[in-house]
Design a binder for this molecule. Structure first.
Ligand code: PSV
Ligand code: MN
Length: 402
């Protein structure tokens, strides 16, 4: 690495911010059960506290995404929730309406054949828009569980039409009431709909976002693709069309596994960031993407898993900044396949740990945030404190190992 490339990587790290999900700090489970962690966050304040810890350790997580039903109590003043976040050194990021949990949504939300369910979903989303505006957020992230389980169960056409009309309305209300905010349209090919999903892939998310107008873009959740899908290709196309809004980062081996970023395939993360850096290099523009984590930590201690993910994201982002773009362009022009690939691999195989440590030292951050967290005793202290608090609240839950 020479001085120029180090400067490049430092600049990239200065720009790189990644949002944490409030739900990544709380107890979650699989379809088969929940495994509890004593240090897991129970309250919204616990989640903000934990996000604050991650931000203090890494310096690049100033915002936390919230799920409306999980993080706001009914009737609560949203400004109080924003104040709570501020108290812990973070701000509220993307607002996630929840139109998948209530019994009413058994056959879908905006796509349900039942007009009452469609209206409930719309009312909740309009409330979420008010919330987002009140807390100063910039994003409304929409993920729907809508889909069907059996051929013939419902009209795919009718569902698409109702969905498009609903999203148009949401975007129009946002444009009027929530200036500057973006509607992020998330897709997922299956689960819980196992025959068809109404927003199944980037093509459908793109169509919906296009139908909405300028304030809607596509959100790519890395776990929401069929096996072997070339995600960086999707990223490149969406960037080129100015239709990429942001990411939900996680890793997977089989399906939407929600594993920590890069735990299975770090090169895939690098290749996504590479396309983003390439686009910035080609256009000279920053696409201002909303980088977010969307993980559910079942076995790893939640705080450790989050810091590990952020560290990995910074590593891969810095590596992608090291790609010698001119050498790559020349190799491509020469049709030198091996040469071009070697340029990418050179960057990917660079050990950036010292570079990251130097960047952190320059920002008064711990050089190894995972190690710092493990040595700090914070998790042990939270385990004791939160167990006592749960006991005092009379909360009963199963025993836990950690
Ligand atoms: C759905 O699988 C998803 O990726 C959506 O982003 C949800 O909001 C999130 O996970 C939490 O359930
Ligand atoms: Mn997601």
């Amino acid at each position: 690495m020479n001085d120029r490339t180090i400067r490049q990587a430092f600049q990239a790290l200065d720009q790189f911010k990644i949002e944490l999900p409030s739900w990544g700090f709380a107890d979650t489970g699989t379809r088969f059960g929940k495994f509890f962690q004593d240090a897991a966050a129970s309250t919204t304040e616990d989640k903000f506290h934990d996000a604050g810890v991650v931000h203090r350790l890494t310096g690049c997580c100033p915002t936390i995404a919230v799920h409306v039903l999980w993080d706001f109590a009914p009737g609560q003043n949203p400004k109080d929730v924003a104040k709570l976040a501020k108290k812990h050194g973070v701000k509220i990021g993307a607002i996630n309406p929840n139109v998948f949990q209530d019994q009413e949504y058994k056959f879908g939300s905006f796509c349900s054949p039942n007009a009452r369910a469609r209206k409930t979903a719309m009312d909740h989303t309009l409330d979420s828009i008010e919330l987002g505006q009140a807390v100063g957020s910039q994003f409304l992230s929409m993920w729907l569980a809508d889909g069907t389980n059996y051929p013939g169960q419902d009209s795919i056409y009718r569902r698409k039409h109702d969905l498009t009309e609903a999203f148009r309305k949401i975007a129009a209300v946002m444009a009027k009431k929530w200036k500057g905010a973006t509607l992020l349209v998330e897709y997922k090919p299956f689960e819980p709909g196992f025959y068809h999903t109404d927003i199944q892939d980037w093509g459908m998310a793109y169509l919906l976002a296009k139908a909405c107008g300028k304030n809607a873009k596509v959100l790519v959740d890395t776990g929401h693709h069929l096996p072997n899908c070339n995600i960086e290709h999707i990223v490149a196309i969406l960037l080129d069309e100015n239709m990429l809004g942001g990411f939900h980062f996680n890793d997977r081996k089989y399906a939407d596994d929600d594993l920590t970023l890069g735990s299975i395939d770090p090169y895939a993360v690098f290749r996504i960031f590479d396309q983003i850096h390439q686009h910035m290099f080609d256009t000279g523009r920053d696409p201002k993407l909303a980088y977010m984590v969307d993980q559910s930590h079942n076995l790893k201690p939640k705080l450790e898993a989050m810091v590990q993910t952020v560290d990995e994201a910074q590593k891969q982002f810095a590596r992608a900044a090291l790609v010698d773009r001119k050498a790559l362009a020349m190799a491509q022009k020469r049709m030198d396949v091996v040469g071009a690939e070697r340029v990418l691999r050179d960057a990917f195989e660079t050990d950036v740990r010292d570079l990251l440590a130097d960047w952190r030292a320059g920002h008064d951050l711990p050089m190894d945030p995972v190690e710092e967290l493990r040595a700090s005793g914070i998790i042990e202290q939270l385990s004791k404190q939160r167990s006592a608090e749960r006991k005092a609240r009379g909360e009963v839950r199963g025993g836990s190992f950690a």
